[in-house]
Design a protein around this ligand. Sequence first.
Ligand code: 0X9
Ligand code: ZN
Length: 293
Amino acid sequence: DGLAHTYPSRVTLEDWGRTHENRTLRSITITNGYGRRDKKVIFIDAAFHAREWLTPAAALYAIDQLVVGFELNKELLQDYDWIVLPLVNPDGYTFSRTIDPRWRKNRSPNRLGCHGTDLNRNFAVGWGGASTSKNPCSHEKYCGRAAFSEPESRAVRQIMHHLMATERGILYISIHSHGSWILYPWSYAKIAAKNTQEHAEIAQAGVAAVVNAPFDSSTKYKAKASHELYPAGGTSTDYAYSIGFPLAYTLELPGRRGNATFNFHPPRHLISELVQETWIGLRAMAEKTIEKC
Ligand code: 0X9
Ligand code: ZN
C-alpha cells in the first residue's frame, strides 16, 4: 500500500479473493510507467507453503528492487511488466509464525476435524497423483477435495489466466524453500518439457549469477527437471506451463549458509544477504529470458 501511494505511476495493486480466515490475496504489478499496455509479464509468487519463511521476504526484496531501486533495474521493465504475489498462503504463514512453525498447508477446515490443503498439490495437472494424499489429515500432501478447491490456488490460477488470455505470461517463478534447486517442468511425471534446453539455459544463468554473488559462501544452486527430484502432481508450475507460460520454475531457496543449517527458518542476521542473493538469481533469469524471448 505504501509503494502504491508513493509510486502511483509505476505500481498498481489488485485483489484476487480472500482466504478462509478472510485475508486478502493481493498482488502488485510493477511497470516503468510508460510504453505499451500489453507488455509481456514476469509472474513471481512466494509462500505457497506456510513454513517457508524466507520466501515472502525474498519476494518483498524483489519488489523493493524493482520499485524503489527502479533506476538500477529499469531495463528489466523496458519490455516487461512484473506481477508479484508475495504471500500466497497468509493464513498458513500466520499460523506457522505464531503457533506451529512446521505448518505447511493453508488453514481451510476439512473433514475429520483436520485443517489445511497443500496448495502446491491443488492445481489441475496430475491432481491426486504422485506425492499427494487424499487424507485430509495428511500434514504434508493433502491435495484438497478437488483441484482448485482452495481460494489461494484459485487466486493464482486467476492471475495466470488473466495473463494468458492475452498471451502475455512468459516467465513464472514460484519461490519455495529449501534445497537450493531451480526446477522446471514437468513435475507430475517423468516427462521432459518440450523446451527443456531453454529452461536449463535460463536456470544456468541464475545458478552462475548466484555463485558469483559477492557474499561469503553464496549458494550453489542445482538446476534440473522437477520430476528428477521427485514427481509431484498438482503443482502450480506444471499448471502455468500447461496453460501456455513458456517458462515455469520452482525456485527452492537454500536451507543453509556455509556450515550453518537453518532449513525453513533463517536466523535474522542472514536474511538480508539471502534475499539479496535471491534477487541476483531472479534478475539473471529475467535478463536471460528477455534476451531470448
Ligand atoms: O513439493 C513441493 O511442493 C515443492 N518442494 S517443497 O519442499 N517447497 O514443498 C516442489 C514442487 C515441484 N518439484 C518437484 N516435483 N520435485
Ligand atoms: Zn514449498
